[in-house]
Design a protein around this ligand. Structure first.
Ligand SMILES: Cc1cc2nc3c(=O)[nH]c(=O)nc-3n(C[C@H](O)[C@H](O)[C@H](O)COP(=O)(O)OP(=O)(O)OC[C@H]3O[C@@H](n4cnc5c(N)ncnc54)[C@H](O)[C@@H]3O)c2cc1C
Length: 436
């Protein structure tokens, strides 16, 4: 018995470890380093292509609940992420190098995994296969997926944020603090007064961008380039990524007009990314913009922001909530390619596709998770047939099934999320005790 997995990203690596640890042989194909995606910078599996944060680990936050469920379901990548954690308040941010290296060691040293550095152009349609080639799937494979699914569109566009060296930040101006003083002071804040913000805004709005063709101008709303957000109004950024609320500079005891936040990007704490600054500006313009931020006048920019293609299938027409195709039940999809958005969501899809590929190979009934859990809600959402204009989705409370919840509970947001979180964790624990 053997299962083929295409793509050793977040979803593919998780799926491979699930399958291999169930005692089944895995052929895991990864096209890097010979072929690049444009966004990946290394040859390592499970590379985090942009931010080093997997989002909140607070169980009463939607993405935190998904992590809690994945922990119970024995996710190898989530466990590794916690092992490689760097300080970031309530967010699970990781040392990206250490994280990918650990996963690489696990894959390469596993006796059941045959880790093959090769590009797949055609899906092996007669095998049990998990396609986890991600948002930057190679064009030939994307074409084969289109042929297999009978659809005619797979791509839209996303942006990634720049990274600067901490030693080049001016701490006479910048200060450490988490919003509302929560947790330890993990974020570096670059404060701006009104005049500085207006100068920054002026540069941003007038900066040259890399020209996109018309068909490329479709962004995912939760990953909008900063210049697109800025174009929606002078103050949009001050209510978004540059929100000053809850960030009081202890030296002045005042809130500022706007704040740029920087988050640790590597274990050593030498590199910091500009939170929410994903951008499509030309590199010269990015330099001018970043250097206009108080305390970053001399910042050494180690990575510029860039734009990239994003690929996803029309899952509502193609997939079951068990992650396999309705027409070809031996073919599973996982990760961003299925129309979930986010690192944790990609790992989650990989885990469920891996578990169900095992069951399919063994001739067992597939595992369909209830919509009262975050992972079940996500997989049901993407595979819900009646959606007209399918767009990628993050974990969120809106997709959880609320049938049967007392009205009094539903009225209070805090009580409601606590209730749904507790119920989901109990449900996943019960399921785990029956399948483990
Ligand atoms: C530019 C960009 C920035 C993003 N930033 C964030 C972010 O900051 N935070 C967040 O939560 N999410 C982000 N995402 C969304 C998403 O969470 C990540 O893309 C995540 O890596 C998706 O995981 P995946 O396993 O589906 O794909 P990937 O991690 O990309 O893995 C797919 C793998 O398949 C390989 N591959 C592709 N084609 C072939 C082939 N033909 N044969 C063999 N191998 C192949 C690729 O090389 C890659 O290693 C971003 C996405 C993009 C495109």
């Amino acid at each position: 018995m053997k299962i083929t997995i295409i793509g050793a990203g977040l979803a593919g690596s998780e799926a491979a470890l699930q399958v291999a640890n169930a005692g089944i042989d895995v052929d895991l194909y990864e096209m890097r380093p010979e072929f690049s995606t444009g966004a990946h910078k290394t040859e390592k599996p499970a590379e985090l292509v942009c931010s080093n944060s997997l989002g909140s680990f607070d169980e009463t936050v939607a993405s935190g609940l998904l992590k809690a469920e994945l922990k119970i379901l024995n996710s190898y990548l989530i466990k590794t992420a916690f092992d490689c954690k760097v300080p970031a308040g309530a967010a699970l941010a990781v040392d990206r190098e250490g994280f990918s290296q650990t996963i690489q060691n696990m894959l390469e040293n596993h006796p059941k995994i045959n880790f093959i550095r090769e590009k797949i152009n055609k899906i092996p349609k007669d095998e049990v296969v998990v396609i986890a080639s991600g948002p930057l799937t190679s064009p030939e494979l994307a074409q084969d997926i289109l042929d297999l699914t009978g659809e005619n569109q797979l791509r839209f566009f996303d942006a990634i944020a720049p990274i600067v060296e901490k030693s080049s930040i001016n701490f006479d101006v910048a200060f450490y603090q988490n919003r509302y003083g929560k947790g330890t002071d993990d974020y570096i804040n670059c404060p701006m007064n009104k005049e500085q913000y207006e100068k920054f805004y002026d540069i941003l709005i007038n900066s040259p961008k890399i020209e996109l063709k018309n068909f490329e101008k479709k962004f995912f709303e939760s990953c909008l380039p900063i210049e697109v957000l800025a174009s929606r109004g002078t103050d949009t950024l001050r209510f978004g990524p540059m929100k000053p609320v809850g960030l009081v500079d202890s030296r002045t005891n005042e809130e500022n007009y706007a704040v740029v936040q920087l988050r640790q990007d590597d274990k050593a704490g030498d590199l910091y990314n500009l939170v929410g600054f994903q951008t499509n500006l030309k590199w010269g313009a990015q330099k001018e913009l970043i250097h206009s931020i108080p305390s970053l006048e001399n910042a050494n920019i180690v990575r510029y922001g860039v734009m990239h293609a994003n690929t996803f299938i029309n899952s509502p027409k193609i997939l079951n909530p068990t992650m396999n195709m309705r027409k070809h039940p031996n073919i599973f999809f996982a990760g961003q390619l299925t129309g979930t958005e986010g690192y944790t969501e990609a790992i989650a899809g990989g885990l469920l596709a891996g578990l169900n590929a095992i069951r399919f190979a063994k001739g067992e009934e597939l595992l369909e998770l209830p919509e009262t859990t975050m992972l079940g809600a996500l997989t049901h959402y993407i595979s819900f047939e009646c959606q007209e204009h399918f767009q990628p989705v993050n974990s969120n409370w809106g997709i959880i099934n609320k049938d049967g919840i007392d009205r009094k509970i539903l009225k209070n947001k805090k009580i409601k999320t606590e209730f749904m979180s507790k119920r989901a964790i109990e449900t996943i624990s019960d399921i785990m005790s029956t399948i483990a």
